[in-house]
Design a binder for this molecule. Structure first.
Ligand code: MSP
Length: 517
């Protein structure tokens, strides 16, 4: 579902500044990056947001453990994420940090707005609180030994004054919204989960924490003794980065009535299934509370496990995408994660699976690129004559283009990549059946050889355009081998006169794994 004006505002969760980036964070971010690059390729204006979540108890405690100020920890971790994303070729337009002044202003304006509209009240609260999840759980939600149902960590009984958002008042509207917009939460399984959750009465949401207990947060504009609950603070990042809210403006001109001219509403929030309730229940009701439009779509993807085991710091099995990159290169990591996990489902990392996917790249795509470029160099000195069309695989190409675009619209990136790889396989099959080396020896077969090589070059052009969003670095390399300054657009790939290419024999795109360092 795209916005009516063709613009795309895509977001990842903002990652806690208390832990290092791992393949789970990388997956979400690759998914967003691939979609952002795909839309940019079509010429659509794109705003791709990621960042770090820097307030709350988790951060305060981690800073305490390390013996540094929370801000120092956040500065260091924001840099870690930025540098990881730069190594992994993430093309974000905005990296938000929740300790930014602009964001603090937007959070305060947002909360004040809720207050002004009568959506906040004060009450004594008592409940089971998980420091790890930074939220309260109901008795019913707790695990058998009074642990939180998500991470299985201990919960504490807490009693304090809190400010509450009248979330329960929006339950009906939210249910109606989900029912009327079947595509709003993808995949369907997650949508049903949210609808199931909403079958029970929704409680109101505590949106504050007493400063005495938690100092590291954004003070409430109407009570300095309380800071904003970190999840409310964090969710509002999507709004801050949209430019919709102008905290300094007088009421009425702050952007709440009319977010026009900004990126709001977001076209797609990409999240993991662990944070579905916050995004599909808290966030939309908060937006209803201030009178802003809801995000257009939420994609909740599955969970990466290692072998059969949950990935966790305490188990010591966390997979670092930068280590994999060191050995196999950025695009192989992107390929593995994007290709291996069906959008919405869980998937498992093992070194063997990684290698199998890597070999698919090397043996199918890499092999195609290398044999085609070397044949064009050997038989035609790198350039085909004018008039060669290279139409031998047009039916396969058309079908592939259609499958890729359908899959991308349906957010099934793994399928789009599978369809592109299938085309590369077909092209390898075409080499086997046409045997260009035989044509090169046969007298009178010049035209046939031209057309055959042309068909293969055409296919490589199309593949470079199709795979650019997922593997930008390697596709640039491929385009360079074909003598192009940059990866062609899809239209150029299908129409470009092949005589414009000056092919050279490139180095292997994906070296054989036994030759890797
Ligand atoms: N700070 C909150 C999000 C606030 S958004 C307004 C948070 N941060 S987090 O650092 O814990 O990152 C959570 C996200 O990282 C998940 O939603 C998911 O996108 C990604 N992943 C973290 N571990 C993951 C796996 N093991 N597998 C897949 N993705 C997971 O929650």
């Amino acid at each position: 579902m795209s916005s009516s004006d063709g613009r795309h505002y895509l977001t990842t969760p903002i990652y806690y500044a208390s832990g290092e980036p791992h393949i789970g964070h990388a997956y979400t971010t690759f998914l967003a990056d691939t979609l952002a690059r795909y839309h940019r390729q079509t010429g659509a204006p794109v705003h791709f947001l990621t960042g770090t979540d820097e307030h709350g108890q988790k951060i305060q405690e981690e800073a305490g453990r390390r013996g540094v100020e929370p801000q120092e920890l956040c500065d260091a971790m924001a840099e870690r994420f930025q540098s990881a994303w730069s190594d992994l070729d993430i093309s974000y337009d905005r990296f938000i940090r929740t300790t930014e002044k602009e964001h603090q202003g937007v959070v305060q304006a947002f909360v004040q707005r809720l207050m002004d509209r009568g959506q906040i009240y004060e009450a004594e609260y008592e409940g089971w609180y998980s420091v790890h999840e930074e939220r309260f759980f109901t008795e019913k939600e707790l695990g058998p030994d009074r642990t939180d149902p998500i991470a299985g960590r201990p919960v504490e009984r807490i009693r304090e004054k809190n400010y509450f958002f009248r979330m329960s008042a929006f339950q009906e509207d939210l249910v109606r919204h989900i029912e009327e917009n079947p595509e709003w939460i993808y995949p369907e399984k997650r949508r049903n989960e949210v609808l199931g959750f909403l079958q029970n009465p929704l409680s109101d949401l505590s949106i504050s924490r007493p400063r005495a207990r938690l100092a590291w947060g954004i003070p409430l504009p109407f009570d300095e003794e309380h800071v904003t609950y970190v999840w409310v603070d964090a969710l509002i990042n999507y709004l801050t980065a949209s430019g919709a809210i102008r905290p300094e403006g007088p009421p009425g001109e702050q952007g709440f009535e009319d977010p026009g001219g900004s990126w709001w509403p977001a076209d797609l929030h990409i999240i993991g299934k662990d944070i579905l309730t916050t995004h599909a229940v808290y966030w939309p009701t908060l937006l209803m509370g201030v009178g802003l439009p809801l995000p257009r779509r939420i994609l909740a993807h599955g969970w990466w496990v290692v072998g059969e085991t949950k990935m966790s710091k305490s188990l010591g099995n966390v997979v670092d995408p930068l280590d994999l990159r060191e050995q196999f290169g950025t695009d192989a990591v992107r390929w593995f994660l994007l290709r291996e996990m069906p959008t919405g489902e869980d998937a498992s990392y093992t070194p063997e699976r990684f290698l199998t996917r890597y070999e698919e790249l090397a043996n199918v795509l890499g092999n195609l690129a290398s044999r085609v470029s070397s044949m064009v160099v050997r038989y035609r000195e790198g350039r085909l004559g004018p008039g060669v069309e290279g139409r031998g695989l047009d039916t396969e190409i058309d079908l592939c283009l259609q499958r890729v675009s359908e899959s991308m619209v349906r957010l099934r990136v793994h399928e789009a990549l599978g369809a592109a790889m299938e085309l590369a396989r077909e092209a390898n099959g075409f080499v086997e059946t046409t045997e260009p080396w035989g044509l090169a020896k046969r007298e009178g077969a010049e035209d046939e050889l031209d057309e055959t090589l042309g068909t293969l070059l055409r296919t490589l052009l199309v593949l470079s355009a199709l795979l650019l969003p997922a593997m930008p670095g390697k596709m640039e390399e491929l385009a360079e081998t074909l003598g192009l300054p940059r990866v062609p657009t899809l239209d150029q790939a299908t129409d470009l006169p092949l005589s414009e290419l000056q092919v050279r024999k490139g180095t292997a795109l994906f070296p054989r794994s036994d030759l890797l360092p």
